[in-house]
Design a protein around this ligand. Sequence first.
Ligand SMILES: Nc1ncnc2c1ncn2[C@@H]1O[C@H](COP(=O)(O)OP(=O)(O)OP(=O)(O)O)[C@@H](O)[C@H]1O
Length: 349
Amino acid sequence: MDLSIRNLVKRFDRLTALDNVTLDVAHGSFVCFLGPSGCGKTTLLRVIAGLEDANEGTIQLGGEDLTAVPTRARNFGVVFQSYSLFPNMSAARNVGYGLECRRWDKAKIGARVDEMLDLVHLADHRTKLPAQMSGGQQQRIALARALAPDPSLLLLDEPLSALDAKVREDLRVEIRSLQQRLNLTTIMVTHDQEEALAMADVIVVMNKGAIEQIGSPRALYADPKTAFVADFIGRMNILRLDESDRGNPSFGGVALKVANIENAANDARALGVRPEMISLSDAEAGGENTLPATVSGITYLGNITRIEAVSDAQPDTPITVELHGASAVPKPGERLGLVIPAEALRVLA
Ligand SMILES: Nc1ncnc2c1ncn2[C@@H]1O[C@H](COP(=O)(O)OP(=O)(O)OP(=O)(O)O)[C@@H](O)[C@H]1O
């Protein structure tokens, strides 16, 4: 069932936490709400869960209006950052607790708990208390508990943030494959762009209570519409355009050819280019879309070498270039040209 959110507004006193949010979530998709602290992503998730009431707007699931449906009756699975398991109950009882509340019969509960513990690979831990399990195991129990009642929607609020890096990466893969196997519509809140890129079908980038851009990870990385999105997802060099010439972009007096510029607004103030799209040339050679610059720093990162270069045009913001593999690496202080293909330039609002 598709989820349809229309014109949601949520205010806390004078603060507008959600400012006219409209969004469609397709059945079976994995959607991430991504944005900096305070942008409203948790509030949006809580309104969907029914844990907060919106001031304005509607939420429908499969055409049914949820506004008057209380949290419990929505049958959504929710997992929070802090595992919030009952400390005095075994793993198995934690998983079955929601089913007891829903008055499932005992035999059915037992079978379902076994199935869920198998699903999260913790059948051997059924008698353990939460304190006897690792963080990753507790979070998998929390996931099993959320999945046990066969929810129509799974809501995850920063479920991986409290875990260390290796466990986090394993659980990313596990949650994503579970979600796909169950074909369960899932929304996850995160401030971690890498997590969102790795897991989501669709990323909703939020900023100050509003949606900044919606798209697949690839679309958002390849074609961000604003400097905010470009900067939040991956690294992006921002070139501030010369004041005088926005229809025909130029940067520090160098005319820049931009593919598809006719599709973009004439009042573009900045262009963006990803570090891996820039190549290096001899500074003396000049050439189209080539910015003269001086190398200011080099960082060797194994598979890539990151080069900071100060362009003559914008000396206050170094431009980052990433070279892959065994490319020839320049030295600090060296003069060179930064070659930016017209197809790699993005017009940013
Ligand atoms: N119960 C509340 N009472 C008052 N203000 C609140 C309440 N809950 C959230 N806010 C405010 O609403 C705004 C959005 O908060 P929200 O928790 O949704 O942000 P977030 O993007 O999830 O941030 P974080 O990643 O830090 O959790 C913030 O300015 C926050 O202070």
